[in-house]
Write a protein of this length. Structure first.
Length: 53
């Protein structure tokens, strides 16, 4: 999940903004289904690469 979306969801849950939660949830499912063809090693648009230790 892109960091910007995660931040928005956390903010919506903290403020108990149900409308925003539903909207962001719909965005996430749309995003996930649209880019489901990418492999696990590929990053999705908007994702930040993870650091390897």
């Amino acid at each position: 999940m892109p960091q910007w979306l995660c931040n928005q969801l956390m903010r919506a849950f903290q403020k108990k903004n149900r409308r925003q939660i539903r909207l962001l949830n719909d965005c996430w499912y749309f995003y996930r289904t649209r880019y489901s063809h990418t492999g696990p090693e590929e990053t999705l648009p908007g994702d930040r690469p993870h650091r390897k230790n």
